[in-house]
Design a protein around this ligand. Structure first.
Ligand SMILES: [Zn+2]
Ligand SMILES: [Zn+2]
Length: 267
């Protein structure tokens, strides 16, 4: 990653203002690298929102930490149900949404906070660029956003007062961000005991993202309901609850193996 950053700086001035998100992980979090042109980074269907022109005031993690508990502040989570159900900031307001593009329908629920300072947050700070811009567009005046999201707050401020785990969009499923005052807030979808073991239901048609405890995971073979357990397409449960997406047969290790063989035969 350090090499990549160094190269990016040398290659083009174009990357000067790019905010690269670097995080250390002790296991392989991504199977392959995609570089694509997208019309919209996180699909929200809001073509009139232009965060690069007007968006909520960016708060660095340290500033957020100082402000979040003030009387005149309301912290709002702009992530979906499956994300905030496994972890969120203490006292944060959540929205009942299955998908980010549904958030505009829920803005009326925030009307009662119009005279307060609203701080939006999400996983890495990207959704907030739009969500906070949308709030400004809809007459909210004091709008702030947590720059770099939960992840950067965890790295820089130890994640204080983030309760539960942070859902991420890679092989890790969830990560710990709070090393100051961690707390488990979610319960097993099957038996109701305290658990933050996030899995995808083994039935690919369901694919429910829910916490399921270790014991229920094995008993249910990774399924969220008895119906999912007996589903004919149910995937093999290996104890992780993560299932590799079909990547068109691409296997990054094949090329690596071939190169090693070439090197060995040349020696
Ligand atoms: Zn359980
Ligand atoms: Zn299921």
């Amino acid at each position: 990653m350090a090499l990549f950053l160094a190269l990016a700086k040398i290659v083009s001035k174009r990357f000067e203002k790019i905010d690269f998100k670097v995080e250390v992980s002790n296991k392989q979090a991504f199977t392959k690298l995609h570089v694509r042109t997208k019309a919209e980074i996180v699909h929200a269907d809001l073509p009139n929102i232009k965060p690069w022109e007007r968006t909520g005031i960016h708060l660095e993690p340290a500033e957020f930490k100082k402000m979040k508990d003030n009387e005149d502040v309301v912290v709002v989570d702009f992530r979906s149900n499956y994300e905030h159900s496994v972890g969120k900031f203490k006292n944060a307001v959540t929205l009942d949404i299955e998908n980010f593009r549904d958030f505009p329908d829920k803005i009326s629920e925030l009307e009662k906070y119009k005279n307060k300072k609203i701080i939006t947050y999400c996983t890495g700070g990207i959704k907030c660029e739009k969500a906070s811009a949308y709030l400004l567009e809809n007459g909210f005046e004091n709008v702030y956003q947590l720059h770099g999201g939960i992840i950067k707050y965890g790295i820089e401020e130890g994640g204080e007062d983030f309760e539960g785990k942070c859902y991420v969009f890679d092989n890790r499923i969830v990560v710990d961000v709070n090393s100051v005052n961690p707390k488990v807030v979610s319960t097993c979808y099957v038996c109701g005991t305290v658990s933050d073991r996030m899995v995808n239901c083994a039935n690919p048609v369901c694919n429910n993202h829910v916490p399921i405890c270790e014991k229920c995971g094995w008993e249910m073979e990774g399924a969220c309901t008895p119906a999912c357990k007996t589903h004919p397409e149910k995937r093999q449960y290996d104890g992780t609850g993560y299932y590799q997406k079909n990547s068109n047969g691409y296997n990054p290790y094949i090329g690596l193996k071939r190169r090693k063989e070439e090197i060995n035969s040349n020696n």
